[in-house]
Design a binder for this molecule. Structure first.
Ligand SMILES: CC(C)(COP(=O)(O)OP(=O)(O)OC[C@H]1O[C@@H](n2cnc3c(N)ncnc32)[C@H](O)[C@@H]1OP(=O)(O)O)[C@@H](O)C(=O)NCCC(=O)NCCS
Length: 154
């Protein structure tokens, strides 16, 4: 597998949206300029973005890898590249179970109330909305947590 990890271009926009569709990913705010993608000979098989919120906070999100490419470190390479030039604090909302995974980039779990307002709101929207959907579909609830990577913990 020879994957190119690169910044997205305008041509990648529909591919990013279709990759995210059907996954537990917020379907809004998927604009290509903030994305890094994994390109398998012209086919987009992975993506991640750094969202910029109106309160100035930045959130790593929309992480997705096509099922056939999972478990081979693609997500790790995407996150590496997305964070490579990110200075200042970055937050991520993800399953509590992935504490160790995100620790390698210096992320530490924080209380949601301690997160910037937009990230805190996304946490509750994701938790309550996702929880409700999980109950309706008879799926397990994904217990979320907020993690922060501040310059001093890298
Ligand atoms: C999560 C996901 C992007 C991982 O992609 P991947 O290329 O298989 O990831 P890697 O090979 O780099 O690493 C695998 C690791 O992902 C970690 N991981 C990180 N965040 C994860 C998440 N939200 N869900 C599942 N696994 C996750 C696991 O801990 C796993 O570790 P392990 O190999 O020790 O078991 C992929 O499974 C996916 O697209 N899932 C559906 C969308 C999704 O849930 N996105 C995350 C939203 S918070």
């Amino acid at each position: 597998m020879t994957l190119l990890i690169r910044p997205a271009t305008v041509d990648d926009q529909p591919k990013i949206v279709s990759l995210a569709r059907g996954e537990r990913i917020k379907p809004t705010g998927l604009e290509w300029p903030r994305f890094i993608v994994a390109d398998d000979d012209g086919k987009i098989v992975g993506a991640v973005q750094l969202r910029e919120h109106p309160d100035g906070s930045r959130e790593l999100g929309s992480l997705v890898v096509a099922p056939a490419f999972r478990g081979r470190g693609v997500a790790t390479r995407l996150i590496d590249r997305r964070l490579a030039d990110a200075s200042g604090p970055v937050l991520v909302i993800t399953g509590r179970a992935f504490d160790d995974y995100y620790r390698r980039w210096g992320f530490r779990r924080i209380r949601p109330i301690a997160a910037p307002p937009f990230v805190c709101a996304n946490y509750w929207l994701g938790y309550l909305g996702g929880g409700l959907l999980a109950l309706l579909r008879g799926r397990a609830v994904n217990h979320l947590a907020v993690f922060e990577r501040s310059p001093s913990t890298r």
